[in-house]
Design a protein around this ligand. Structure first.
Ligand code: TXA
Ligand code: MG
Length: 341
């Protein structure tokens, strides 16, 4: 199959993408977080194609995207008060809520779980496409299963060219890490995946503390059950072996001298010191503020492989705000290899 390269700024291309989706084809679409691999969520055969194209395990459920909260309400058994408050504050935007699935939505979407993950994306092209397609869209990140999520149309093509009908190119994603996934079916809301909306933001809207799944910031002991099926898989991983290093810059530099990795991924503010003291080591930078780090993270992981590095040391970001999402992705990209200095 030839994968069409469509332009999100061209209304005719939006219409083309919508008709492909209505015909049961797969189209990669831009969202504010990462590119998604979309199919009509109400078409079981179309959704099945997503799992094949990505090489995604069948037991890993998908997020359903809709244009507005009213549409979300029609896909679940009950739209709880917590969901109403969060939707009012953060939709459209990078928050996914888990509620009880209505039978209208085929079980394959949720890997046969009784629940459903829902989100209203903010990206104008995603909004335009959802309105043109007039169907809810199931969409995981548009990468091959296990590799870093795509934040450019070229990343999508690197992974899925020839396996999907089209990619709708909307330029770089502005948030850069995926949505926050929050399970609202429990007495206390449970954070399954940190993402574009922070724990602090959610707690301030709900006026209560939420629970954090143990898998958010730690490796799970082998065999331990996880409430989010996606958390147990190897994720976001470049081919290079990464090690996440927590500690002051001077200690990081001393450790790098001893370990002699092929390269370093450091904050912008570290660059000049690292250059002076480690002039022979290759260095990539990914911003100082968590927003900049989030936006650049997945692109840098792909760049590391492009440069052919076998090993890299990564400076560990703080775990507050959006930093928790950056840390969570890096920890998985490093296969939970973390050193504290
Ligand atoms: O920002 C995002 O969320 C992007 C864009 C495309 O919207 N999508 C995305 O999808 O990241 P994906 O499939 O890569 O990640 C979805 C996560 C997985 O960890 C999955 O296990 C979890 O959400 N999930 C989906 N449905 C669930 C459910 N019913 N119960 C528990 N976890 C669920
Ligand atoms: Mg993904």
């Amino acid at each position: 199959m030839t994968t069409l390269h469509l332009n999100a700024n061209n209304p005719a291309d939006i219409a083309r993408a919508a008709s492909l989706l209505r015909a049961g084809e797969l189209v990669a679409i831009p969202t504010e977080t990462v590119y998604g691999l979309a199919a009509n969520a109400l078409d079981e055969a179309a959704v099945a194609k997503i799992f094949t194209a990505k090489g995604r395990p069948q037991d890993n459920p998908l997020i359903v995207h809709v244009a507005e909260p009213l549409q979300a309400i029609s896909l679940v058994k009950a739209f709880y008060f917590t969901a109403q408050k969060l939707a009012g504050a953060f939709w459209p935007g990078p928050l996914t809520v888990i509620l009880q699935r209505d039978e209208r939505v085929p079980g394959i979407v949720s890997a046969l779980l009784s629940t459903l993950a829902l989100r209203v994306p903010a990206h104008p092209a995603a909004q335009a496409l959802l309105r043109a397609a007039k169907v809810p869209l199931a969409a995981p990140s548009a990468n091959r299963s296990g590799s870093p999520s795509p934040t450019l149309a070229s990343h999508v093509l690197d992974d899925l060219n020839g396996r999907i009908a089209a990619v709708l190119d909307g330029g770089p994603c502005t948030v850069g890490v995926e949505s926050t996934v929050l399970d609202l079916t429990r007495e206390i809301p449970l954070l399954l995946r940190p993402g574009g909306i922070s724990v602090e933001q959610i707690e301030s809207v709900l006026g209560q503390k939420i629970a954090l799944s143990p898998a958010v910031a730690h490796a799970l002991p082998p065999g331990e059950a996880t409430p989010s099926p996606g958390m147990k898989y190897k994720h976001y991983a470049p081919r290079a072996q990464l090690t996440l290093v927590r500690g002051p810059l001077e200690a990081f530099i001393a450790y790098a001298k001893q370990e002699k990795p092929d390269g370093l991924l450091v904050f912008d503010e570290d660059q000049s010191t690292v250059n002076c003291q480690l002039s022979t080591v290759n260095c990539l930078r990914f911003g100082d503020a968590p927003e900049a780090q989030a936006k650049q993270l997945f692109g840098k992981l792909r760049e590391i492989d492009g440069l052919g590095w076998q090993t890299a040391l990564v400076r560990c970001p703080p775990k507050e705000g959006l930093g928790l999402a950056v840390y969570n992705r890096l920890l998985r990209a490093a296969n939970f290899r973390e050193v504290e200095l």
